[in-house]
Design a protein around this ligand. Structure first.
Ligand code: ADP
Ligand code: MG
Length: 208
């Protein structure tokens, strides 16, 4: 027989962090973005609006010790894929420039930080959010539907890609990022009525 897992390890407890970036707020897309995550069945367990500091943004992006190297390599590859010469050769130098631009972008106005909970929250939110560069993000995703930015433009203008939202890339990243932006008491443990339909084995309780 199949082994039953303990209730505490049920995938419905997975959590992920979303930052609604300054451009999304300026473009009045907050409701649209929240609606997309909400209608997938995810539960909002924390939400706040504030102007982040440079230090908070830098810390957020460097919580993962590999982020600097991985992001630098990914960026160099994106230049090579486009048949272009990267401006600098060392991945860490590439990231240093990116991080400066990213900090300028992320501190340019208020942002919203949110924690979403539900089965496969990390992967579902990444799927609904879409790929980093809006020019190539899939149609139907937030970044694919509402932005027209590209690496070609950001390289030309020396700025960060404007792609409306940040979403954690893995469960480990999500746990670190949630702890970075929220204290444990800000995360609300509560039941959503819809969860009975999403997760209950027998969908009990529909008939009167
Ligand atoms: P994602 O947000 O899709 O997880 P990354 O973690 O690689 O992407 O990068 C963080 C953010 O930095 C991106 O969302 C984007 O705003 C910006 N960014 C990343 N790479 C570039 C680049 N090559 N040029 C300009 N901005 C970039
Ligand atoms: Mg990332």
């Amino acid at each position: 027989m199949f082994k039953k897992n303990s209730p505490a390890t049920h995938p419905k407890h997975e959590r992920t962090l979303v930052l609604i970036k300054p451009d999304a707020i300026q473009r009045s897309l907050v409701g649209e973005i929240i609606r997309r995550y909400e209608r997938a069945g995810l539960k909002l367990v924390a939400l706040k609006m504030f102007v982040p500091t440079k230090e908070q943004i830098e810390q957020h992006y460097t919580l993962d010790p590999h982020w600097r190297r991985v992001t630098g390599e990914k960026t160099i590859k994106s230049y090579l894929d486009r048949g272009l010469e990267p401006p600098v050769k060392d991945p860490l130098d590439v990231t240093r420039i990116l991080l400066e631009r990213l900090t300028r972008y992320m501190t340019s106005g208020p942002i919203l930080a949110a924690v979403w909970q539900g089965a496969h929250a990390v992967a579902i939110v990444r799927k609904l959010t879409g790929g980093t560069e809006p020019l190539t993000s899939d149609v139907g995703t937030i970044r694919g539907d509402f932005v027209l930015d590209s690496y070609q433009m950001t390289d030309r203008d020396g700025r960060s890609i404007r792609n409306l939202v940040h979403a954690s890339g893995s469960i480990a990243e999500a746990e670190q990022e949630i702890a970075h932006w929220f204290s444990p008491t800000e995360l609300i443990n509560y039941r959503l009525v819809a969860e009975q339909i999403l997760y209950d084995v027998n969908m009990d309780g529909i008939f009167e």
